[in-house]
Design a protein around this ligand. Sequence first.
Ligand SMILES: NC(=O)c1ccc[n+]([C@@H]2O[C@H](COP(=O)([O-])OP(=O)(O)OC[C@H]3O[C@@H](n4cnc5c(N)ncnc54)[C@H](O)[C@@H]3O)[C@@H](O)[C@H]2O)c1
Length: 249
Amino acid sequence: MNFTGKVAMITGAAAGIGRACAIEFAQNGAKLVLLDVDEEKLQSVKTELSEYTADVLIYKCDISNEARVNEVVSDAQAQFGSIDILVNNAAVFRHKSEFVDTPTAVWEQYLNINVHGTVYCTKAVLPKMLENSYGKIINVASVAGIYGLAKMVHYSATKGAVIAMTRALAKEVIDKGINVNSVAPGSVSPSDNPDINFTTESEFAKNATYIGRTGSDRENANLICFLASDAASYISGENIQIDGSRKKI
Ligand SMILES: NC(=O)c1ccc[n+]([C@@H]2O[C@H](COP(=O)([O-])OP(=O)(O)OC[C@H]3O[C@@H](n4cnc5c(N)ncnc54)[C@H](O)[C@@H]3O)[C@@H](O)[C@H]2O)c1
């Protein structure tokens, strides 16, 4: 893969899959626009990336704040010219509760970040992509949006929305040079984050797959970067599961 001359914007880039994508894009020549609510961790990712590139813009940005998203995208486009690749990765997913006990405030937070945030970022970058007749949008969904996870109805609903949005938007823009796809990770353990011990992954997560282990951030980044590359030019409107052959639980 070669992303020389391309600009990739990644949300939730301070950790996990977003950070792994930033590393892989940078290793393959892309300029980067990185967004996250955690400014300190974003700065350390930028430092980490300096081994590969100095063309990294970082922005403290809550993607559920549309005005801030628009401001960030305008600034990044002014500096880098265009955004060619968007990875809608930022999401919240750690709250677990039975449906009847899930407060409305949690539903609002999940919808605002996981769905509206994805919409805001996409709306902000799409006009320039249309102008350029070139763009790659990759939404990070989840197997929760396909199978539905108990005690995560709120999360599952948002990821189902992301998958449906992917399929529908792809149909509007594929003839204009823009590919829109989503990936649906199963359980992920950051294998390349020195702060996290790979053995802390839960037994449940391992047992939920036929492969017998969780996926790594890097494995997810590999798929996302492939979909962002011109090698995937004939793929659009797809939701690709990356789940180690997950049992349907
Ligand atoms: N970890 C898993 O097991 C798993 C499984 C399936 C799908 N996913 C999906 O993968 C994606 C990345 O997850 P991860 O495991 O790397 O998580 P992570 O928590 O390691 O990283 C998510 C990043 O998003 C940032 N973020 C959260 N809310 C934000 C907001 N409002 N605005 C901007 N940034 C925000 C966080 O600060 C964090 O840096 C998410 O969309 C998640 O739903 C994760």
